[in-house]
Design a protein around this ligand. Structure first.
Ligand code: FAD
Ligand code: NAG
Ligand code: NAG
Ligand code: NAG
Ligand code: NAG
Length: 611
């Protein structure tokens, strides 16, 4: 049942071109010292960004420990269209699987997380957004820290992104994004599509035919309004993926006081003292994955950037967590923190597949070894063709109709936040069910963006190599099922626009159902994840025990320990979350930081913490 959405041919295309590695270290014996100012755990989306910012202060000595391997010259990572072959169940994946899902017919499914330089930014599908301002403003409100509000966070966009214009294919992008909103002087390159798909014109035509689906020129969220149908903005440039690694690894070479060590899996943090009732955790134990255990120390802070799963695992292994989770494993509770691993949120994803006129989609190309080989060869030599592009060009964001919310508190952060998303794909894309051997398809994946279900992550043994139990607990509330059902109805309305006449020929599976029960069956049978776990080490106000970190990202009950990744979000944002992961790291750097070489004017002294 479980297969990658692309042919096996691509899964083996992770060829190394064979340039030698940068000075990123691969073996602990290469470390010059065991004492650093900061030790960052995880060279992922947030971790590498934070390392790059902090190391602008050359008086600081910084070590980043990454469990995974190098991303360098891995074709499946570099070629945008091959993203679905980077994971699951590869050497670049943590290979997680969820526990049987009560709300989904007790099915299990893969739960990929990048295990390589760049973390999940090296494995994801590259769609880039910041979310609506409501998402950030709600975070400011529940944490009591105005620094998380969008009017403060927005300025980080200028140092974070460089919008690549024109894109690699040099097409005319008029009306495909709003130039004034974007930055052209930041680090991470972002671009519009570089290869047209034959469904694009029908998608845009639909926005003219159905009032329900207005065109939105810019769905980044920078201007706060991301409702409607627009062109995806993706972390890619010159026909290749952009990640925190492609962006920041290079600077490691130029910063003698920044060290990145790969193949180094952190197994726990060691309690190094007690001060004012707070526990210190400034020693980090890690392993080369073979036999040896190593120890390094941070004189200032240890920063966990191991992601929504990895960060929880390390906290729990270190005795920071819910006694109910730790006691049965015989782990002494050093910091009682009942919310560690609780509050897991994710966006359920449901493929709604339509059959289309024979040969009208990309399915026949994806099934053809020779056509794929030709396309990959074109990409290798010229970085052009569909392999140079993301798998998706258009997205839609929508809210349920007002009546829908009667008698119900709106789980969205505000009126600018969508409840669900539609993703338009020019072939059969179902992460759970393999593409049929014949036929041509159009997939509208729908995602529930405001889930009220809450799940858990917890370790199942004291062995750091045992995967934690991951329970996203999806579709276990009435709201979640109802909104996902509504998203399916919206997908069917979308597909009923005249623009699709002569193209769509039918529906697959229970998508055809006219009853709510039938559509719910469809959801329970076919939904899985869009891979956006957040909130497992949630932020709350300084006085609130109902969280794991404080608004400055310090771990409650500790000193010398912070968390900087998506686990700190109290609520999952209504968007693709890599943009928020980058921006959290930008603000974390400000919270820690004394020098801000790029943008001295942008620095708000209110948020600078001097050591
Ligand atoms: C298949 C897939 C597609 C996605 N598509 C999109 C998309 O199109 N757009 C979008 O916005 N988001 C997408 N996402 C989600 C997004 O990429 C992630 O939410 C985001 O990158 C997470 O950032 P992070 O910094 O929290 O964690 P990560 O980037 O996952 O970083 C964590 C790092 O810590 C390392 N680590 C973990 N444990 C340890 C340990 N014990 N010791 C040492 N190192 C450790 C990991 O190997 C990793 O490098 C996708 C995710 C997946 C899996
Ligand atoms: C994940 O599975 C792949 C394929 O079986 C394997 O090569 C890789 O080592 C596994 N990764 C981990 C972290 O176990
Ligand atoms: C791009 O398209 C717009 C609108 O159609 C047009 O006004 C503009 O001149 C075009 N730009 C170029 C460089 O061709
Ligand atoms: C949904 O699930 C059913 C039952 O397992 C399956 O027949 C169908 O192919 C699945 N996928 C889609 C896109 O309907
Ligand atoms: C704090 C620290 O280790 N600083 C070092 C940074 O790198 C320069 C150049 O190698 C060293 O001279 C400093 O000692």
């Amino acid at each position: 049942m479980k297969t990658a959405p692309l042919p096996a041919l691509i899964a083996v295309s992770a060829l190394f071109i064979g340039r030698s590695l940068s000075i990123i270290l691969t073996d602990p014996s290469q470390l010059q010292t065991t004492t650093y100012d900061y030790v960052i755990v995880g060279a992922g989306t947030s971790g590498l960004t934070l390392a790059a910012r902090l190391s602008q202060d050359t008086t600081l000595n910084i070590l980043v420990l990454e469990a995974g391997v190098s991303d360098e010259n891995v074709e499946s990572v570099m070629a945008p269209f091959l993203a679905p072959s980077v994971t699951p169940k590869t050497k670049y994946d943590w290979n997680y699987t969820v526990v049987p899902q009560a709300g989904m017919n007790h099915r299990i499914y893969d739960y990929p997380r990048g295990r390589l330089l760049g973390g999940t930014s090296s494995a994801n599908y590259m769609v880039h957004q910041y979310g609506s301002n409501d998402n950030w403003d709600r975070m400011a409100k529940v944490t009591g820290d105005a620094g998380w509000a969008w009017n403060n966070m927005r300025r980080y966009v200028s140092q974070h992104e460089t919008f690549v214009e024109p894109p690699h294919d040099k097409h005319n992008t008029t009306d495909e994004f709003t130039p004034d909103l974007h930055s052209y002087r930041g680090d991470v390159k972002i671009s519009l599509y570089v290869h047209r798909q034959n469904i694009d014109s029908r998608v845009i035509e639909t926005t003219k035919q159905l009032k329900e689906f207005p065109y939105n020129k810019d769905v980044s969220g920078i201007a706060t309004d991301l409702l409607g149908v627009g062109y995806a903005q993706s972390t890619m440039t010159e026909g290749a993926r952009v990640s925190s690694s492609t962006t920041y690894s290079r600077i490691v070479n130029t910063r003698p006081n920044l060290t990145v060590l790969i193949n180094a899996m952190v197994t726990k943090l060691i309690n190094t003292g007690i001060s004012d009732g707070l526990m210190g955790f400034q020693r980090v134990e890690f392993t080369d994955g073979l036999t040896k255990t190593y120890m390094v120390e941070a004189t200032k802070e240890v920063i966990l950037s191991a992601g929504s799963i990895g960060t929880v695992q390390i906290l729990q292994l270190s005795g920071i967590g819910d006694p109910a989770d730790l006691d049965p494993l015989g782990i002494p509770v050093i910091v009682r923190s009942p919310k560690v691993g609780k509050n897991l949120q994710d966006h359920p994803l449901l493929p709604n597949v339509f059959s289309v006129t024979d040969g009208g989609s990309m399915d026949h190309i994806l099934r053809s070894e020779s056509e794929m080989t030709d396309a990959i060869n074109e990409w290798r030599t010229k970085r052009t063709g569909f392999i140079s592009n993301n798998i998706v060009n258009n997205l839609a964001f929508a809210r349920v109709k007002p009546g829908f919310l009667e008698g119900q508190i709106d789980p969205a952060a505000g009126k600018l936040s969508p409840h669900y998303e539609l993703i338009f794909v020019n072939y059969w894309l179902d992460p759970v069910h393999e593409r049929p051997a014949t036929g041509s398809y159009f997939t509208i994946l729908t995602a529930l963006l405001t889930p009220t279900s809450r799940g858990t992550v917890k370790i199942q043994s004291t062995n750091p190599f045992d995967a934690p139990l991951i329970d996203p607990n999806m579709l276990t509330t009435k709201w979640d099922l109802k909104v996902l059902r509504e998203s399916v109805k919206a997908a069917k309305r979308f597909a009923s626009a005249p623009a699709w006449n002569g193209y769509i020929t039918g529906t697959m599976g229970k998508l055809s159902s006219e009853t709510d029960e039938g559509l719910d069956d469809h959801a329970r049978q076919n939904a899985s994840t869009i891979f956006h776990p957040t909130s497992t080490a949630s932020m709350s106000s300084y006085s609130s025990p109902d969280g794991v970190v404080n608004p400055d990202l310090t771990v409650k009950g500790t000193y010398g320990l912070r968390i900087v990744d998506l686990s700190v979000l109290p609520y999952i944002p209504s968007c693709h979350p890599q943009g928020p992961a980058y921006l959290i790291a930008e603000r974390a750097a400000d919270l820690l930081y004394t020098v801000h070489a790029n943008d001295p004017d942008d620095l708000n002294p209110q948020y600078v913490l001097h050591y």
